[in-house]
Design a binder for this molecule. Structure first.
Ligand code: DQQ
Length: 575
C-alpha cells in the first residue's frame, strides 16, 4: 500500500464551469488573422500534445477522407497553411503505417478550379470494387456556393497517393434553381456505397431553415450524379447537418462492415450528423431500406442534441472508415480548442485530432461502443499497477511514478452501499447540467469518485473526471462528468463542464474509466466505451513534470478500486 500516498481530501472550492464562450459557426472569418503565419517555437510549448495528431503549426479542423490504401493509412485534414484561425482551407495530408506515427505529405487538394477556388472543404473517400480510391469533397465557387467535386489519384500505384487530379466535370453536384438546394448549406459528401441496382449512392448534409437534411444522390459512373426525390433522412429543429456519416455495423460482433457490403446480412445502420448549431456529433442506430434509399432510426433512437453523441465533450466533424487490414471501423474526430483566439494566435496553432477509436454496436443494439485503437498502447511505458484498495469518502490517492501530463490510465471501481444512493429527481434529465450543478466539489454519497488529472501540487488546478450514482425509478443511474471549472488559473478558457449518463448497471458491473491524458487534452471513456468525453484544458501550474494524477472519492461512502493501471506515454512521431 505504500505506493498510494493517501491524504485527506482537499477541499474543492465550489466553482461551476458554465460555458463562458459563445459557440462560433465553423466558418467564422477572422479576415485580418487568417494569414498570420508567425508563432512561438511550438516544441517548447507545454500544451502541445505528445501523441495526438496535429500539424507542426497553424489551424486544423475536420478529418477528411481517412482510408487505408496498399497498407498505408491516410489522413487528410482541413488546414489553413497561413495561420492559426480558420481560413484559406486546403486538404493537408499525412500517412502512417500504424495510425500512431505520422509522416507529413504535401497538400493533397487545394483550390485550383472554379468549383473550389474559394476553399476545398470536407469530404470522404470511397474505395471502388477494384481497390481504387476516389475523393468527393465540397468546393466553394466564386459566387460562394457550396458544390461537390471529384478528385482521383494521379498514380494509383503510389501507396502514398501524393498527387490528386480533379475531374474536368466538376462540380459533379451543385445547387440549381430547379433542385432548390440552399447553396450556403450543401456540403460534406459521405463515403459512397454501391446499390444492388448497380448505382452509387452518396449523401450530402443540408438544411431548410432549422430542419436538418441528408440529400441522397445516385450515379452510374461516379461522375454524373442525380438527386433522388426522397431524402435519406431528415429531422426537424436540428439545424445544419455538417459532415454526415452513414455506415453499417454488425449486430452480433465487433468486426467492422465494409461499405461495399452495406447490404449484407446481420447489419444495422448508423447515421451521424455534426450539428453546426451546438458543435455536437450525434448519431442514431436504425434501418436502411435499400430500395427506397431511406434510413429510419429505431424507436427510442432520438435525432438531435438530446440523442446519443459520440462524445459528450469536444469532438466534432468526425468521420469513420473501414480498416480492411484489421476488419474494424475506425472513427476520427476533430477536437477544437477551448482557448481564446488570441491565445491560439500566440501559440501559433489550433486543433488536434482525437486518438482514432474503434467503433462497434453494443450487444443491446441501441448504442455504439468506442475504444482507442490498440496500436496506441505501443506508446505505453513504465507501467504502474496498484493493488485493490478501498477509497474512503473524502480521500485522494496519488498515482506515483507516472508522467502525469502524458499518460494513459485505466481505473475500475466496485460500488456498494447502494441504499445510501442519492435519489434522482425525475426533472434531472440533462446530464451536462447535472454535472455542472454537482461538480467534483459537491459531496454526494455514492460519488463523486474518479480521477483528478493535470493536478498541481497544491491543487490550485485540476480537471476531474468522475462518476456519481443515483437511485432512479427502477434502477441505479450512473452519471459521468468531466469538470473543467478548476482546470487552469488562466481565466480565458472555456471551462464548460460535460456530462452524460452511462448505461451500466453498477450493482452487477464494475464501473470503469479510461483517460488518455496529453498536455492539453483528456479523452475519457466510461463504462468500457459506452460514454466518452473529451476536454481541452490549459493548466499553468500543472504542466509537464509538475502535473500530478490522483484517484479521488468525494462521496461520503467508500468505493473500492479493483484495478488501477497507469502508463507514462512515449511521444509519437507526428509530422
Ligand atoms: N468544416 C468544413 C466544412 C464542414 C465544417 C470547412 C465542419 O466542410 O461543414 O472547413 O467543421
Amino acid at each position: 500500500m505504500a505506493i498510494f500516498s493517501a491524504r485527506l481530501f482537499f477541499f474543492f472550492p465550489i466553482l461551476f464551469g458554465h460555458g463562458i464562450f459563445e459557440l462560433e459557426a465553423s466558418h467564422h472569418i477572422y479576415q485580418t488573422l487568417q494569414n498570420l503565419d508567425e508563432f512561438a517555437s511550438a516544441t517548447s510549448q507545454p500544451h502541445r500534445t505528445g501523441y495526438h495528431f496535429q500539424p507542426p503549426k497553424n489551424w486544423m479542423n475536420d478529418p477528411n477522407g481517412p482510408m487505408i490504401y496498399k497498407g498505408i493509412y491516410h489522413l487528410f485534414y482541413q488546414y489553413n497553411p497561413k495561420g492559426a484561425v480558420w481560413g484559406n482551407i486546403v486538404w493537408a495530408h499525412s500517412t502512417s503505417r500504424d495510425l500512431v506515427n505520422w509522416t507529413p505529405q504535401k497538400v493533397a487538394i487545394y483550390p485550383s478550379q472554379p468549383s473550389d477556388i474559394d476553399g476545398a472543404w470536407s469530404g470522404s473517400a470511397t474505395i471502388f470494387p477494384d481497390g481504387t480510391p476516389a475523393m468527393l469533397f465540397t468546393g466553394i465557387n466564386p459566387t460562394g456556393q457550396q458544390v461537390q467535386n471529384l478528385a482521383m489519384p494521379k498514380n494509383p500505384s503510389d501507396p502514398y497517393l501524393l498527387e490528386w487530379v480533379k475531374s474536368p466535370k466538376n462540380p459533379v453536384m451543385a445547387p440549381t434553381p430547379e433542385n432548390q438546394i440552399n447553396a450556403s448549406s450543401f456540403r460534406d459528401p459521405t463515403t459512397a456505397w454501391l446499390g444492388a441496382d448497380g448505382r452509387w449512392k452518396v449523401v450530402i448534409g443540408s438544411r431548410i431553415n432549422r430542419k436538418g437534411l441528408a440529400y441522397l444522390y445516385r450515379s452510374k459512373d461516379f461522375v454524373y450524379w442525380i438527386k433522388a426525390k426522397t431524402l435519406l433522412h431528415s429531422a426537424e429543429d436540428t439545424g445544419m447537418w455538417e459532415c454526415v456519416d452513414f455506415f453499417p455495423v454488425s449486430v452480433n460482433s465487433s468486426v467492422g462492415v465494409d461499405m461495399l457490403s452495406i447490404l449484407g446480412p446481420n447489419v444495422k445502420y448508423v447515421f451521424k450528423a455534426s450539428l453546426d448549431d451546438t458543435k455536437h456529433d450525434y448519431y442514431t442506430v436504425g434501418e436502411y431500406d435499400p430500395v427506397k434509399d431511406v434510413y429510419t432510426p429505431d424507436e427510442g433512437s432520438v435525432d438531435g442534441d438530446s440523442g446519443l453523441r459520440y462524445d459528450y465533450g469536444k469532438f466534432y466533424a468526425s468521420k469513420s472508415f473501414f480498416d480492411s487490414a484489421k476488419n474494424r471501423m475506425i472513427l476520427w474526430g476533430w477536437i477544437n480548442e477551448s482557448s481564446s483566439v488570441s491565445d491560439d494566435i500566440k501559440k501559433g496553432w489550433s486543433g488536434i485530432q482525437a486518438i482514432p477509436r474503434v467503433i462497434w454496436l453494443d450487444k443491446s443494439g441501441k448504442q455504439l461502443l468506442q475504444w482507442p485503437i490498440k496500436e496506441i498502447e505501443m506508446l505505453r511505458t513504465n507501467a504502474v499497477h496498484l493493488p485493490r484498495k478501498v477509497l474512503q469518502g473524502g480521500s485522494v490517492l496519488e498515482v506515483p511514478r507516472v508522467t502525469a501530463a502524458q499518460a494513459d490510465v485505466e481505473i475500475t471501481f466496485k460500488v456498494s452501499h447502494f441504499r445510501k444512493a442519492e435519489g434522482l429527481d425525475p426533472s434531472w434529465t440533462n446530464p451536462q447540467l447535472l454535472c455542472s450543478q454537482k461538480g467534483a466539489s459537491v459531496r454526494g454519497s455514492l460519488g463523486p469518485f474518479g480521477l483528478l488529472v493535470f493536478a498541481s501540487k497544491g491543487m490550485q488546478e485540476y480537471t476531474s473526471v468522475f462518476f456519481r450514482i443515483f437511485k432512479g425509478q427502477n434502477k441505479y443511474v450512473v452519471l459521468m462528468c468531466s469538470d473543467q471549472s478548476r482546470s487552469s488559473l488562466n481565466p480565458d478558457n472555456d471551462k464548460t463542464t460535460y456530462g452524460a449518463f452511462v448505461d451500466v448497471d453498477p450493482v452487477h458491473e464494475h464501473l470503469s474509466l479510461r483517460s488518455l491524458i496529453d498536455h492539453s487534452v483528456v479523452e475519457s471513456f466510461g463504462g468500457q466505451g459506452k460514454s466518452c468525453m473529451t476536454a481541452r484544458v490549459y493548466p499553468i501550474l500543472a504542466i509537464n513534470e509538475d502535473a500530478h494524477l490522483h484517484a479521488f472519492n468525494n462521496g461520503s461512502k467508500s468505493v473500492t478500486i479493483t484495478r488501477l493501471s497507469a502508463w507514462s506515454m512515449k511521444k509519437a512521431n507526428i509530422n
